[in-house]
Design a binder for this molecule. Sequence first.
Ligand code: PRP
Ligand code: URA
Length: 350
Amino acid sequence: MEIILGADHAGYEYKEAIKEYLLKRGDLVEDMGATSKEPSDYPDFARPVVERLVFSNERRAILICGSGVGMSIVANRCRGVRAGRCLTVEEVKKARQHNDINCLTLASRGISVEQAVELTEAFLTTEFEGGRHIKRLKKIDTPPVQVVKHPLVQTKLTQLRDRATSKKEFRELIGELTGLMFYEATRSCPTTEKIVETPLQKAEGRELLQRIVIVPILRAGLGMVDPILKLVPTAKVGHVGLYRDETSLEPVEYYLKVPENVGECMVLFLDPMLATGGSAVKALSLLKEKGFNNGLRFLCLVAAPEGIAALQENHPDVSIYTAAVDERLNSRGYIIPGLGDAGDRLFGTV
Ligand code: PRP
Ligand code: URA
């Protein structure tokens, strides 16, 4: 297993002892500081450690400060992190069995170095029990659906729904709406400092840190690709081909080609419509099998409550962004009031 370690000045000595123990055990250790007992600030170590942690399910983190509380507060602000501050082996075992903690925070002023090593051992060797706890954890991790209510989005969505809207206008509106939705979906993207020379002097700026992958669900998702590539030309594009069987409404797969090594990328699935949710659930399952496991977002324009429920039930880790949650599905699986068949209106196949 890969363990990421972080400590402030108060936890430094403990971190060194834990590192020695882990290396003896044969674990892969990433030490992200501190490098001495010089006074330092716990958020400076906790944040980079947990950012590394959420990029992979195969990693765990241990953070140590004087009380273990500051580290725990910072760690638990990061989505996907379940940090527990424990003082006894029993507490660690329960936190693993019931809460599936992926980050252990320790108090150097509450336990000895030897106890810290014992707690570390319990953290790494105790399995999550699953069962009734799965449902509870899902409730923590399921992010709320983001309904983008911005006046521009709602105005354009209304035009998009209108049956009098021409094919050309429909395509343009899908593009404009996608750009606005993408803006919302990338709001929390991490950035890094970048210095540029203006014609007058140096300016401190920022640029996107995380690489972006977009995955349109064919066909209608294709209408959402170009507007995103205009904003982020370096984004990679994967394609999932699915259509709904007209009778069963089950998704049928016909194409799959996605980029490799996407481990630490933000991945956005694109489809204007989330109806029964069958296509979205299938697309996500297919891509998870190919290693797409982190930072997954689903971007649509119109969603049915049934589709949202199905997606949250099957993929609670995925953030959903939509411009509207409509009333219901009709007996043929169309969203009511919806906008009709998005693929047909986009490509003129009606
Ligand atoms: C539409 C839409 C979604 C799917 C949503 O595609 O673009 O992919 O239906 O329905 P679901 O949530 O019930 O699965 P469709 O299957 O009509 O294929 P097409 O884009 O090729 O026309
Ligand atoms: N697919 C669409 O394009 N529209 C719907 O209303 C449902 C599925």
